[in-house]
Design a protein around this ligand. Structure first.
Ligand SMILES: CC(C)(COP(=O)(O)OP(=O)(O)OC[C@H]1O[C@@H](n2cnc3c(N)ncnc32)[C@H](O)[C@@H]1OP(=O)(O)O)[C@@H](O)C(=O)NCCC(=O)NCCS
Length: 195
């Protein structure tokens, strides 16, 4: 789990209850949550969500190191079975396409494979979410599956489930090593300890 992990432009840290406003700025944006399994959040829900995330080490706040350190988005990194961890990311629209998502996820992946007992990193996304799977591929994850209409999160106007496909992606530690990725093991960075 991440404590403080610094990259050239960013600080990856645990959530704080005070992050609710930055969180609200992007979770209230329909374009940002379009492919997420939830709808837009209200201000009140974001206050509650930020407080909950402050106690949940799987959510990682990604903040600028300059300009007063606003939170530009968040990563999600959660343990699954068999030394496998699931990666997710959500960034505010005005901070997208600036390389922040890549820079933060790259640092997290490098720290996780270097420092922890992480053997396999997986991620899923909707095939229509091009920005998401392009990012996963830039990070070195391989597409392992294309599931057809396996899930739905939202309904249409008639109340019918909107079935959607899922791409499954993964990266093994040995693939990460073979790719010559830079080991990242900062003193305060990542550990698989919980709590
Ligand atoms: C998915 C998501 C995190 C991808 O973020 P992103 O902003 O596209 O990713 P990056 O910040 O790494 O930027 C990627 C693009 O910016 C470009 N870019 C611009 N300036 C850059 C810089 N200084 N450094 C690196 N890349 C830069 C990259 O070349 C890349 O372009 P390309 O895709 O044409 O190659 C973002 O679209 C998002 O938060 N979406 C809403 C939530 C969501 O759907 N999450 C995923 C659910 S599965």
């Amino acid at each position: 789990m991440v404590t403080d992990l610094k990259t050239e432009r960013l600080l990856l840290r645990r959530f704080r209850a005070a992050d609710w406003l930055d969180l609200y700025r992007y979770l209230s944006d329909e374009a940002v949550v379009r492919y997420e399994p939830y709808e837009t959040y209200t201000e009140k829900e974001c206050r509650r969500e930020a407080a909950a995330r402050a106690k949940d080490r799987c959510f990682i706040a990604v903040c600028l190191r300059e300009d007063g350190g606003p939170m530009v988005g968040n990563l999600y990194f959660a343990p699954r079975e068999y030394e496998t961890w699931e990666l997710g990311f959500v960034f505010a629209a005005r901070f997208q396409r600036k390389g922040y998502a890549y820079e933060s996820a790259r640092a997290l992946i490098d720290a996780a494979f270097s420092c922890g007992t992480v053997r396999r990193i997986v991620a899923v996304c909707n095939p229509l979410n091009t920005a998401s799977w392009r990012l996963l591929e830039r990070l070195g994850l391989r597409r392992e599956g294309h599931l057809r209409q396996n899930v739905w999160y939202k309904r249409d106007r008639q109340g019918r489930p909107l079935w959607q496909d899922t791409y499954e992606y993964a990266l093994l530690r040995e693939e990460w090593e073979a790719s010559g990725a830079r080991a990242g093991c900062p003193e305060a960075g990542f550990s698989t300890e919980s709590g």
